[in-house]
Design a protein around this ligand. Structure first.
Ligand SMILES: [Zn+2]
Length: 484
């Protein structure tokens, strides 16, 4: 009898799982059934002009945070709150599955932390908008409004994918949300907030939807961002500007000296000569080089677009590798002596330059900064004094493409867009991603669904509605693959 009960229990459980899998709505069915509400919720966020850089919108920041709190609770979070910071408030929400498949198998339940921002850029110049930036307008399969993409549209992708997974009982991981209201002004309160709430925000992986794909037909995942180190150089020579007829050729000219020094930093092969500069640079994995080679790119069109007859960079690397996976050095500005109208024969007493390096992941901007200062001192010619002042810096970031969370994201894009996404590193910097790694100690997957033509930060910002729907599919598939 006991054996019979035991087996019938197992049988019933098996049937239950089978039925659940059979009857659970697909994301496409769920989307179709709830689309009108999804759009209305998205619109309710757009209607709040949460411009973080304009003082008059201060009350809108709290309103927008409160609205997100309501939406995340309605989507399925068990807890959501608006937390204060030194600046605009943060929205925090969390979800724990009640009976995760993983916990019944005695496996640890992973935690995904979703980051987004609810603040937006100003809308000026208003006369260039074809419709009200604070009221969504749908034209030609696109939704036009401020925040349509950056980042209200992309944050909605995360929220709605989560809602589907939670409401249909398919989520096997913990999900936490952290939405900030100061991303567009450089996230001044983020680091302190992360430090203060380190325990609360503990996660295995961070998901961010706030970047772009190469194209609608070329899905891609941003896997790296470059770091930065920036300095100002001052070269002091004689105690006053001198007559170049009386002193020229006999006294070291600070502008000449500065040019000689700067010319030494990059050699003829485009390699940076600062000693130890490449010590921590990781080689680009072969698989990534193959993917970079698949990115649609014309060297001819590139040259024509910026009107140069040829390009220059580190020998052995393509243009797309040079501007994303390899470090660089640039003089951003240089001045000294007489620069006014006409000619003035003078040997200037001082020369100045602002210079910077774009760094790649694993290079530490502070270490590079010290190495550069030492190098400048070591090559300073006699007769001048050189002062180098570090101005600012930030770490780069790279996401390995062989970790399970990246593989899950890749699978999500592939299911939604029908193509394996390309791993693409970007040449610019997003300092918050490096802060996540430094403070929370975990990697970030940049599952971004923007497109170049979405014109973020510009008039007539928009979101491609087909990509938006596919984005929701991609994120649901991420969850299934990451914690299935
Ligand atoms: Zn953004």
């Amino acid at each position: 009898m006991q054996i019979f009960v035991f087996f019938s229990c197992i049988y019933a459980k098996f049937l239950l799982i089978l039925c659940h899998n059979f009857f659970v709505m697909t994301i496409q069915e769920y989307f179709a059934a709830h689309k009108a509400r999804f759009m209305e919720e998205w619109a309710s966020l757009i209607r709040i002009p949460s411009v973080s850089c304009q003082e008059e919108h201060k009350p809108d920041m709290l309103r927008c945070a409160e609205r997100w709190k309501e939406l995340l609770l309605a989507a399925g979070c068990q807890k959501a709150e608006v937390l204060p910071s030194k600046g605009n408030p943060f929205v925090y929400a969390e979800y724990t599955p009640l009976n995760s498949k993983l916990s019944t198998l005695n496996e640890p339940i992973p935690t995904v932390l979703v980051y987004a921002h609810y603040d937006v850029m100003p809308v000026e110049p208003l006369d260039q908008w074809k419709s009200d930036p604070w009221e969504p307008s749908i034209r030609d399969g696109r939704l036009y409004a401020r925040g349509a993409d950056d980042d209200k549209g992309q944050a909605m992708i995360q929220a709605k994918a989560f809602e589907y997974m939670a409401q249909t009982g398919q989520l096997n991981c913990n999900v936490k949300f952290i939405f900030e209201g100061e991303e567009e002004i450089g996230s001044p309160s983020l680091e302190a907030f992360l430090e203060e709430h380190k325990e609360l925000l503990k996660a295995d992986i961070i998901l961010v939807s706030d970047t772009s794909m190469i194209g609608k037909e070329t899905p891609s995942i941003t896997t790296g961002l470059r770091g930065l180190a920036y300095w100002q150089i001052e070269v002091d020579g004689p105690n006053r500007d001198l007559h170049s007829g009386h002193f020229g050729g006999a006294v070291k000219n600070p502008v000449n000296a500065l040019c000689e020094m700067l010319a030494k930093v990059v050699d003829q092969d485009g390699r940076i000569t600062i000693s130890g500069f490449y010590d921590d640079v990781l080689p680009i994995p072969e698989e990534e080089r193959r993917m970079i080679a698949q990115i649609p790119f014309s060297q001819e069109k590139y040259n024509a677009a910026i009107d140069v007859d040829d390009v220059f960079g580190e020998a052995g690397y393509s243009t797309l590798e040079r501007n994303s996976c390899r470090p660089s050095f640039d003089v951003c500005g240089i001045w000294g002596g007489y620069t006014g109208e006409g000619s003035k024969t003078v040997l200037p007493s001082k020369a100045f330059a602002k210079v910077s390096c774009r760094l790649v992941a694993n290079q530490d901007h502070e270490k590079i900064s010290r190495a550069f200062i030492d190098y400048m001192q070591s090559i300073a010619p006699k007769g001048v004094r050189v002062h180098v002042t570090p101005m600012h810096g930030g770490q780069g970031y790279v996401c390995p493409i062989d970790i399970p969370a990246y593989k899950a994201a890749e699978k999500g894009f592939e299911k939604a867009f029908g193509k394996r996404p390309l791993a693409a590193r970007r040449g610019g910097s997003i300092p918050i991603i490096a802060a996540f790694e430094a403070i929370l100690g975990c990697k970030t997957i940049l599952m971004g669904f923007g497109l170049e033509q979405n014109a973020i930060h510009s008039p007539n910002e928009s979101m491609d509605l087909e990509v938006w729907e596919k984005g929701i599919v991609a994120v649901t598939e991420f969850y299934k693959a990451f914690a299935g």
